[in-house]
Ligand binder design. Structure first.
Ligand code: TRH
Length: 385
């Protein structure tokens, strides 16, 4: 690909809640620096939370370079803006910085949250002139269709996943790195499930479903106690981080690196994910997954989930569709105590696997978000508005 003219990029990340904001910004920054050879600065307002995702981040330093990205705490007044400036998830830019952007004709892109709702295509890549400033904000919406900004996907991600899944050596090394006490041979024969969710998820129904399974189950919960600890009362501790009841072994994991988390999703047979970034990573894993959207008022998150399911299940039969829809609805509704939907999900993992592969392969044929962002910014005129 031709080297972009607009070489200097600034990304602003305000950490509102959890790890999704910084998770997305960090992936995107690295990809723009590595795969598009851009000079990227990432401005972060909360280094302490960011350290979860960027463990090498030194909170005592104002500016540091990690993985080719210059990371800076929220800018001081006289930072010169880059050619392209991204405000992630509608975050406000500092006023003085914005004034300078106007003077030097920077491009201003607002990177939005991911949604599969149909209106996204109508709003993607649309300009929003500012009433009091001589600059236009450009809206950039990630999404699943050609008329959106696409999904974050590193250039070699799918190939790396396939190498990992074909290599027993790599998989063994991975489980060893996680310090899993169970013998690898036993892991190979169990149903492996990763669990990353909000506390409102229907976790009790999931545990009851798993306990009723005849096959051995290994449940991996990164983020340790906050995910599931409170409902493991009648599980017996086998080691400090392993609990067991009947056929179900629960592995309490520390918060993993993003790379290790990817590997966990690849290695599992079913993944429960949440928010935005782990959702996309579960899609790239190509394994069946259940997504719990970030909870919003007025059931907005359920509408988002239904929009996603309508899109995601559009190429399958009624049976698979109803398994996926019911499992998602049940998972996001802690009031539901019945295990019917989740039991059906577990029983049908092999046909769900085939469909997940098909959907992942189709989505992976689309251009990725970083590539679309670079193309978009290159094709915007540098004019005063
Ligand atoms: O942490 P989240 O709930 O983040 C949310 C969502 O992004 C939501 O849309 C947003 O509004 C809110 O934040 C502010 O879930 P998400 O998006 O999956 O982000 C988790 C990140 O953490 C992701 O980059 C994967 C990473 N991760 C690890 O690196 N290691 C781990 O062990 C786990 C469990 C996650």
């Amino acid at each position: 690909m031709r080297q972009p003219h607009r070489q200097h990029w600034d990304i602003f990340c305000k950490i509102v809640d959890n790890f999704g904001d910084i998770g997305v910004c960090w992936r995107l920054s690295q990809q723009l620096a590595k795969e598009h050879s851009l000079a990227v600065r990432l401005f972060i307002d909360d280094f302490i939370t960011a350290q979860k995702i960027i463990p090498d981040l030194d909170s005592a330093l104002h500016t540091q370079t990690i993985q080719g990205v210059v990371i800076t705490s929220w800018p001081s007044l006289n930072t010169t803006p880059a050619d392209v400036v991204i405000g992630a998830f509608s975050c406000e830019l500092p006023d003085s910085y914005l004034q300078q952007m106007v003077r030097q004709l920077s491009i201003w892109i607002n990177l939005e949250y991911l949604s599969a709702e149909t209106w996204v295509g109508d709003f993607h890549a649309k300009p929003s002139p500012q009433p009091t400033l001589a600059i236009t904000k450009q809206y950039f919406f990630p999404g699943f269709k050609d008329d959106t900004g696409g999904l974050i996907r590193e250039r070699h991600l799918i190939a790396e996943r396939d190498v990992f899944l074909a290599s027993k050596t790599q998989q063994t090394a991975f489980w060893q790195a996680l310090d899993i006490s169970k013998p690898i041979e036993e892991l190979e024969n169990s149903i492996k499930i990763s669990l990353f969710c909000y506390p409102q998820a229907n976790r009790r129904a999931l545990l009851s479903t798993l306990e009723a399974s005849k096959q051995a189950i290994d449940l991996f919960t990164p983020l340790n106690s906050t995910t599931i600890d409170d409902i493991l009362i009648d599980f017996a501790a086998e080691t400090e981080r392993t609990l067991r009841k009947g056929n179900v072994t629960v592995h309490l994991l520390p918060f993993l690196s993003q790379s290790h988390y990817d590997h966990l999703l690849w290695a599992c047979d079913l993944n429960f994910v949440r928010g935005e970034d782990s959702w996309i990573r579960a899609i790239w894993a190509g394994k069946p997954f259940v997504w719990q959207p970030y909870i919003q008022t007025e059931q907005t998150h359920i509408k988002k989930m239904q929009a996603f399911l309508a899109m995601y299940t559009s190429a399958t039969n009624d049976e698979i569709k109803s398994i996926l829809v019911d499992a998602h609805l049940s998972w996001s509704n802690a009031q539901r105590t019945d295990t019917t939907a989740l039991t059906r999900l577990i029983k049908n993992l092999s046909s769900l696997f085939a469909y997940s592969q098909q959907q992942t392969n189709a989505l992976a044929c689309q251009p990725d978000l970083a590539t679309k962002l670079v193309f978009f910014s290159e094709n915007l005129p540098k004019i005063k508005v």
